[in-house]
Design a binder for this molecule. Structure first.
Ligand SMILES: Cc1cc2nc3c(=O)[nH]c(=O)nc-3n(C[C@H](O)[C@H](O)[C@H](O)COP(=O)(O)OP(=O)(O)OC[C@H]3O[C@@H](n4cnc5c(N)ncnc54)[C@H](O)[C@@H]3O)c2cc1C
Length: 386
């Protein structure tokens, strides 16, 4: 959606194929680092997207193993700047917490936004302001993509009634499926971590602090992180679990979330609250673009969500760079060099991101840095080619 909206801002038409329905329903929250907010401000200068942002007071880190409590306080009001951060991975790195001590750190206030609310805001923007240039088609799943001389196309899966549907052809194709429909080689890091999440009621005390609590998981003795994300109408709680959470029964998952919520002082989940299992493993695409197909977002990387960088990178880095590449090709720039430069930029962004997020992942797993990890016998240090 972000790529389509930016293309429309430059007068370039697109068709957006979305396999799910017309209304986004995802309940989790995004942590919105300031450059992410900058891009929302630029996508709608009239503020329909930034008005969805709920400012965060501070980020608190509680270590129950040592009793240490730290807090990152933010400066000033929420200050999205439409003129900042576009296509700039460095701006995002400077805003994420690993760089808080550096001179370049971006200390602007963070915010929260509901994932479904943001999806619906982007769709509404497309419908109301760019209806002439964005053809938004929900319930349109793409089964495969193919390309030929001067074109690329998305081949749709059959409709619900089994009827075959046409392919959609264009000059360029953006794979924003999060599934890397074009495929190709990738690099996968061996570490995995497992999480359970749930939507809880909003805090009634008005506090809007992100709280990260570290303790020890009792059955394994491994470090465990529990994160509380606050918003106006809900709280999201994520807690690390020792094994694949899809193998945990709904009752056991609900009981674990209720226990963790009580332990960290988060609101009590409603009876029967649905839990969300997540497995995290870092990977990056070795081939972020091929021919006339540009991949963006989770189609070029497996995000480590605890660092709030996945959607942020898609919006700050990939979408603007893809727009630049597409408009350059439409203006007559050579295809191969333009697409190659896009792929290089994404590889560079991914390298910076992995440098930033992998230490955090190892911390969360309780794996000392610098130690060889199980499975680190791939072609590069700590990597497996797949
Ligand atoms: C639990 C969790 C918390 C996170 N928290 C944060 C955070 O706080 N901050 C942050 O920046 N990032 C966060 N992330 C990462 C973030 O969710 C992703 O990086 C981001 O959503 C990627 O956006 P995307 O548009 O590439 O993919 P998606 O959001 O996955 O969107 C892909 C879209 O393509 C559609 N689609 C898929 N396949 C097809 C197909 N074949 N045909 C048609 N349509 C298709 C899907 O329905 C979907 O709408 C989190 C991730 C998780 C799992």
């Amino acid at each position: 959606m972000a790529t389509a909206i930016e293309l429309a801002q430059r007068g370039v038409p697109s068709v957006v194929l979305e396999q799910r329905g017309a209304t986004g329903t995802r309940e989790p929250l995004f942590n919105v680092a300031p450059p992410f907010a900058d891009r929302l401000a630029a996508l709608d200068p009239e503020g329909s997207l930034t008005k969805l942002l709920v400012p965060v007071d501070r980020i608190e880190v509680v270590d129950e193993r040592t009793g240490r409590v730290g807090a990152r306080e933010f400066e000033g009001a929420l200050a999205p700047d439409a003129a900042r951060s576009r296509g700039d991975m460095g701006s995002l790195v400077d805003a994420l917490d690993a760089h808080v001590g550096s001179a370049a750190a971006d200390r602007r206030r963070w915010a929260m936004v509901g994932i479904g609310d943001l999806e619906n805001g982007l769709r509404e923007l497309a419908r109301t302001k760019h209806a002439d240039l964005i053809d938004l088609r929900p319930d349109s799943g793409v089964g495969s993509i193919r390309q030929g001389d001067g074109w690329a196309e998305a081949v749709l899966t059959p409709a619900a009634d089994g009827a075959a549907r046409d392919a959609v052809r264009g000059v360029m194709l953006v794979d924003a499926s999060g599934r890397d429909l074009a495929g190709g080689p990738r690099t996968t890091w061996p570490e995995r971590s497992f999480w359970l999440g749930a939507r809880l009621p909003a805090r009634t005390d008005g506090s809007r602090a992100i709280r990260r609590t570290r303790d020890i998981e009792p059955t394994t003795g491994a470090p465990r992180l529990t994160v509380e994300l606050p918003s106006a109408d809900r709280t999201l709680l994520w807690t690390q679990v020792p094994r694949d959470p899809t193998t945990v029964s709904a009752d056991a998952a609900g009981a674990l979330i209720a226990e963790r919520a009580a332990a960290v002082g988060a609101p009590t989940p409603a009876a029967g609250a649905r839990t969300m299992p997540v497995t995290v493993q870092l990977w990056t695409s070795d081939q972020p673009a091929v021919g006339r197909v540009l991949k963006v977002g989770d189609s070029v990387r497996g995000p480590y969500f605890m660092t709030s960088s996945g959607a942020a990178t898609a919006l700050v880095h990939d979408a603007p760079r893809a727009v630049d590449a597409i408009t350059a090709v439409l203006d007559g720039a050579p295809l191969e060099a333009t697409v190659g430069a896009y792929a290089d930029a994404v590889r560079g962004a991914n390298a910076r991101l992995v440098d930033l997020v992998r230490p955090r992942l190892l911390d969360d797993l309780g794996v000392p840095r610098g130690e060889e990890q199980p499975g680190e016998k791939g072609p590069g240090p700590g990597r497996l080619r797949t």
